[in-house]
Design a protein around this ligand. Structure first.
Ligand SMILES: Nc1ncnc2c1ncn2[C@@H]1O[C@H](COP(=O)(O)OP(=O)(O)OP(=O)(O)O)[C@@H](O)[C@H]1O
Ligand SMILES: [Mg+2]
Length: 351
């Protein structure tokens, strides 16, 4: 039997329509397309829709009438997306206005269908595809998160090993070399110089392993984000030979280690991009707290007249966006309003 001919899995549909007659008609079409297997919950306005999401956490799909007593057009889509997070929405438009339908898809709906064209077979297919696409993308997001988390854990493990094992052993060797140098010097032996040099080499190796550990896991050494960012700024100045001032403003709320780690990596990628692509000679980092919210802004003085909307996202921008999403923050890549170049702004709302 082919996959297409398998019977559809039962789902929970939230049907949002303020017209009883339309709702009954759509209900009938759904049953005609998919049989009686699905669970249907109804809502007649945006407020009821939000309450339905609060009551049921197993809604698989929303069939949404665009014109409700308390919401209109793409605003309806946005409000339902806010209330239902990742639940796919199929918009049922009153007319066959393609433009309205496309605007809804741009606002985050999966698909649209004019009510006037509501045939069971088409509705069944649209529902099926919307649910399948949404499950696939949820599975992909989950996988991305796991990959990112496990690579983060791996970095932290290597950083700990570098610091605790290699670091301690090298420190022991440096102390021994110093004491050997002192003993040889006390006997007036010329090998004392070699022993001293050996000690210096080992000290250099210690400094290098500390720097490596810091790069792998910046927040173990600096347990607060502002300190880690300050170190990132001075590291940027040294490595890229740019000016990289760092400042804080307002009251900086404490954030947990994982959140701080994501914000740090966003700033790090923004600095690298500023130098690599913008040719910036100055990159300003600002961490600003306000009423429990936290914003990090990285502004460069790179190339003029770049249009961030035209950037072709590589791994860097994609991972940045992913990191912001995974901590519930918003991310803006925009023209620097205070000069040339680009500003990356990540805002974490108050928890
Ligand atoms: N600060 C910036 N100034 C100028 N262009 C930028 C800036 N940030 C991003 N871009 C543009 O956006 C594109 C995508 O950036 P992104 O970080 O995603 O990829 P990348 O830096 O090319 O590669 P990587 O995946 O290694 O980060 C860049 O190729 C560049 O054209
Ligand atoms: Mg990059």
């Amino acid at each position: 039997m082919s996959a297409r001919s398998l019977p559809p899995r039962p789902i929970h549909i939230l049907l949002v329509d303020d017209s009883d007659a339309d709702a009954r008609f759509i209900d009938m079409m759904v049953r005609r397309a998919r049989g009686d297997q699905d669970r249907l919950t109804s809502a007649s306005n945006a407020a009821e829709t939000a309450r339905a999401f609060a009551r049921h956490d197993d809604i698989d799909l929303v069939l949404l009438d665009l014109t409700l007593p308390d919401a209109h057009g793409t605003d309806t889509v946005r409000r339902v997306l806010e209330a239902g997070r990742d639940v796919p929405i199929v918009v049922l438009t009153a007319t066959d206005d393609e433009e309205v339908g496309r605007a809804c898809v741009a606002a985050g709906a999966q698909d649209f269908l004019p009510k006037s064209e509501l045939r069971a077979i088409l509705l069944g297919r649209v529902i099926d595809y919307a649910v399948t696409r949404s499950r696939d993308s949820a599975a992909r997001r989950h996988l991305e998160q796991e990959v990112l988390e496990s690579s983060e854990q791996e970095r932290q493990r290597i950083a700990r090993d570098l610091h605790d094992d290699l670091g301690q052993q090298l420190t022991g060797i440096a102390i021994m070399a110093r004491s050997l140098a002192a003993k040889l010097a006390a006997r007036g032996l010329p090998e004392a110089t070699d022993a001293r040099e050996l000690g210096e080499l080992v000290s250099g190796a210690i400094a290098q392993s500390v720097a490596l550990a810091r790069g792998l896991d910046p927040l173990t050494e600096f347990d607060a984000l502002p300190m880690a960012l300050e170190a990132l700024a001075s590291d940027g100045e040294r490595r890229f030979r740019i000016r990289c001032p760092f400042r804080t403003a307002g009251e900086i709320p404490a954030v947990d280690g994982a959140v701080a780690g994501h914000l740090f990596r966003i700033a790090q990628e923004a600095i690298t991009n500023a130098v690599k692509h913008g040719g910036a000679s100055q990159v300003e980092i600002e961490l600003r707290g306000s009423g429990g919210a936290l914003e990090i802004a990285v502004a460069d003085d790179g190339k003029r007249s770049l249009e961030p909307a035209r950037f072709e996202p590589g791994q860097g921008l994609r991972i940045m966006a992913y990191r912001a999403r995974s901590i519930g923050a918003s991310l803006a890549i925009e023209r620097n309003p205070h000069g040339h170049g680009i500003r990356v702004r990540c805002t974490l709302p108050a928890s």
